[in-house]
Every structure is written in C-alpha cells, then in structure tokens.
Design a protein around this ligand. Structure first.
Ligand code: SAH
Length: 217
C-alpha cells in the first residue's frame, strides 16, 4: 500500500472509532479530523497516534483516548462565541480541538514543562486563540472568569467549588469525578439561574487532579 493510501486508511479508521463510540456531532468530527494527534505525542508512541487508545506523554501523564476526547467535547456543546477553560493541558490535543470550536480557550496545567511544550505546538499550528498557563486548575482562572464552558481532564473527588463558581449562568462543565484508583464517572454540570443540574454520562478513567504546581522536570 502506498504511504498516501495507508494514511487515508488510518484517518478512516480514526473517524470510524469516533463514530462507533457515539461521537456524531459533525462539528466535533470535523475539528478532530483536522487536527493530527501525532503532533501532540512524542517519541515512538507518535506512530500509534491514530489508534483509539490513551498514550503516555511527559511528566507521567497521558493524552486521552480520542473517542473520550470526542465524547467530552460533544457533551460540552461548544458554540463559536464561547470562552472555554480547560483544566489539564497535558499534550494540548484537547485544547486544540476546543480551539476549532470556540472563540477563546484558556488551558492550565500544573506542570510548566507540559505548558511550554503545548505552547510551542499551538504556535506551530497557528492556533492563536489558545492561552496556556501553568497553574493549579482546581482554583480555576479567576482573572478570566466567568467561562461559558469548562472542561476538566483530570479526576477530582467532587467538582471543585471555584470551578462551579466560575461557570457562567447557562454554562456547562464536563468533568470526571471519583477516586483515582477506582472507576470514575464523567458528569455534565449545567448552571441555571436556580443552581446546578448534574447528569451522569459514562464511566471513565483519568489521572487524578492533584493540588499545587508540579515539580520542574
Ligand atoms: N487534556 C490532555 C490530557 C490531560 S491528562 C490532553 O489532551 O493531552 C491530565 C492533566 O491534568 C495532566 O497533564 C496533569 O498534569 C493535569 N493536572 C492534574 N491536576 C491538575 C491541577 N490541579 N491543575 C492543573 N492541571 C492538573
């Protein structure tokens, strides 16, 4: 098979995996088709970037499984005017997907190294509407609040209070909750004028949300 048709087949399989896991929103599928996940994975794991599996990145963290990225993005129902906060930049892949759908994306990670490397990829890809910041995301990003959408890609035992507070009325937050060594559940929180509504989406497994800034690596 020529390199080109092998690449076309990989892309088809990638999209098929997304669809068969329930990612059907055309805007999400288009955004994910446009972004090469391989750009966000280093070393020999880059060859497996089109597979629907989580992969290791620096600082002992992981880039999520594409179908989980797709389902979380879909549940977030991002519109083109939205200002979005992502907690857990990791490789920057999820933030890049969000940047294709939203007006502005702020993404924070507790590891400076991950933030630096993601910033470089965003520059290389010309994704000028993402700002990546090294910070403890369990406190949100008060200077940019409120947010229309918040996506957390590390698991807390409960939704962190500062994140609930920084969600605009009418806004949506999607996050995994539960203990790190057991199965967690992905939940969708909608802020209404009266309070917060919670919906359980599906079981997931994420690295834990850890307090404080990570050590320099
Ligand atoms: N969204 C990422 C995957 C995230 S893995 C991607 O697309 O590649 C989870 C990330 O959450 C890790 O990089 C970890 O460092 C980060 N994290 C954990 N606790 C955090 C906290 N309190 N504040 C900010 N980031 C945190």
């Amino acid at each position: 098979m020529s390199g080109e048709s092998a690449e076309a087949e990989r892309r088809m399989r990638f999209l098929f995996a997304l669809r068969s896991h329930g990612v059907t929103d055309p805007r999400v599928l288009t955004a994910m088709e446009r972004i090469d996940r391989g750009t966000f994975v280093r070393g020999h794991f880059a060859a497996r970037a089109a597979e629907d599996v989580p992969l290791p990145i620096a600082c002992g963290q992981t880039i999520s499984q594409p179908s989980v990225v797709g389902l979380m993005t879909q549940a977030l129902a991002v519109s083109p005017r939205d200002k979005v906060l992502e907690v857990g930049t990791g490789s920057g892949y999820q933030a890049a997907v969000l940047a294709h759908l939203a007006r502005r994306v702020y993404t924070v990670d507790r590891y400076r190294r991950l933030v630096r490397e993601a910033q470089q990829v965003f520059r290389d890809l010309g994704l000028v509407n993402i700002t990546a910041i090294a910070a403890d995301g369990s406190f949100g990003l008060p200077e940019q609040a409120p947010f229309d959408r918040i996506l957390v890609t590390a698991a807390a035992e409960d939704p962190p209070g500062p994140l609930l507070a920084q969600l605009r009325v009418g806004g949506i937050m999607v996050l995994p909750v539960g203990q790190s060594d057991t199965l967690q559940v992905l939940i969708k929180v909608t802020r209404t004028a009266a309070g917060y509504e919670y919906e359980e989406l599906r079981p997931v497994r994420f690295v834990p949300l850890v307090e404080g800034i990570g050590p320099d690596e």
